[in-house]
Design a protein around this ligand. Sequence first.
Ligand code: GLO
Ligand code: MG
Length: 347
Amino acid sequence: MPAPQTYRYCFGPWNLSEGQDPYGPPVRPPQTFGWKLQQLKDAGFDAMMFHDDDVVPDIDSKSDIQILKEAREMGKRLKDAGIAAEIVAPRLWFSPMTIDGAYTSNDKKCRQYAIDRSKRCIDIGKAVGCNLLVLWLAREGSYIRESKNARQCVDHLVAALDAMLAHDKKVRIAIEPKPNEPMDHAYIPTIGHALAIAQLTDDPKRVGCLIESAHAILAGLDPADEIDFACAFNKLWSIHLNDQNGLKFDQDKPFGSANLRVAFNQVRALERNGYGRKGEYVAFDVHPFRTTKVEHWMRHLTNSKRTFEALVDKARSFNEAQAQALIADRNYQDLDQMVLEHLMGVK
Ligand code: GLO
Ligand code: MG
């Protein structure tokens, strides 16, 4: 038995959000990046995840030279703080050029914009010391089925992935599937879709995935099974742990908040696959409740980490021999109760 892995943690600047939703404005004042970095460090996290424009604001109005200069400055700032950059993701859902989709827009010029922006994002990643690009394909899908040719969109997605792989021979791409929101139906809704499209690219070895708990639940799947599936391909390169209470808008609740047992099973899956041993991070893509006061602004993150660590203890102290005996006897009834009592701390 190899020694148990130790985990390293991260979150993104967007996880210290200000509380705006489609029905109301922000309820907490904006904070500087420096403040966020300090919070991350003080709370004992190891890395930060980024969008390209978290590193270089107003990226579309800047030259390549300016972008690289600012990215290198960020790289130095992180190094001085002793914090790594986990991933960089092109934010392909804000620009007027991505209204009708990014890589799958019906307009060729817009598709080219998305590819060019992704290449810039790869260069930014390199400048801040990471070669993992995350693609959350926010607007790749349809609002109405007849507006897009989904067959052609698969070709567009593969062409975009190939252009990124060719741009930098070291870059690895982790696709973050989500079945809906903002789209009615997204083209890459599950890990199966992400790993299947990887096979169509010029270098499948460099295309993997990132699982977000809430996204799997929105797809009607158990995130623990998604983890085991991705790990069977050695392709789980990052994870966004959070929680989701059923099929509604993407809630990004604290890890374990809606369903502790589903969270426990995700941790068990990470443990049995040795997640983290190759340097992968545990990221919490969680948002504060809108009601959160400024002085409690980090709690959703520190609480998620506490819950994760407590569940690692629960996974490691689970009586595997007793569970195996119940499995051998096909006594899943008592296995079910055993899990509940273990989680409740019943002696
Ligand atoms: C939204 C996604 C989003 C991504 C992030 C990184 O539903 O979870 O937060 O994870 O933009 O690409
Ligand atoms: Mg996410």
